[in-house]
Ligand binder design. Sequence first.
Ligand code: ZN
Length: 309
Amino acid sequence: MPTEIPGIHHVTAIGSDPGRNLGFYTETLGLRLVKRSINQDDVSVYHLFYADHEGTPGTSMTFFPYPGARSGRVGTGQVSTTAFTIPIDAVDYWTERLSAEGADVDEPRERFGDTVVPFRDPDGLPLELVATADAPPANQPDGPVPEEHAIRGFFGVTLSLQSAGPTVDLLRTMGYEETAGESEHDRRRFEASSDIGAVVDVLEQPQAPRGQPGTGTVHHVAFRVEDDEQEAWREVFQDQGLRPTEIIDRKWFRSVYVREHGGVLFEFATKSPGYTVDEDVAELGKRLVLPEWLEDRRGEIEAGLPDLS
Ligand code: ZN
């Protein structure tokens, strides 16, 4: 068996207005734009990557913002909520900040002993801040949020499923273990070993409507894999009756995609070479970067992109 999956690599969601998306994730949430690129499958659309200062795997939330696109519906067969970690004493700071910025935020609630702040981004994408005592160190030195309160990367994701069994089996194969003896309502918690993005919560919701892709929904969740183990993971997935893609070069990492039995699109992405392979840390996100196989189309691609201000 390949090495157990340590946690999330990135989460990719669908947005609408790219400038509004940029403003919310950088100015309101205080993440850094670490990569300004294009959807490699549709070069008229941006691919924006928000992360910590260095673009550490496990901290990056990425978006395909399609101006004017139809809104989706969050439901089964999807990542229904994406959660970030904040320090345990930052709850009041964040509830006040999100309210002051006009965000759609709910009252904090308790879950598995942690305080959770649910909110939505401007496209209605469900997000959470989870305050934990063992939050990893801050790495957001130049952001608008004081570093003592800054987001510390992903806490985890929640999967909404009509039937959880086959997905739970896959998570166990990936190395996730169910948190002993804990479940709340229809929520079960699975954890990997990393201190960033280790949690996958599973909600079994047989009566809930099926999710529809569109703005305000997650497109896929990516998990971290060792650089030389993607082929081994592909074989594991094939043995489980799944149909993984070939290994795809995404420039900053290499990816294998597989739609798991519950309908959620999983990606398995390498830690290398990382977001600093084509830009220094100081320069991350400042200019449009393209994979070299698209560089000869740069003029045409730039002219076709919407305004990002
Ligand atoms: Zn991805």
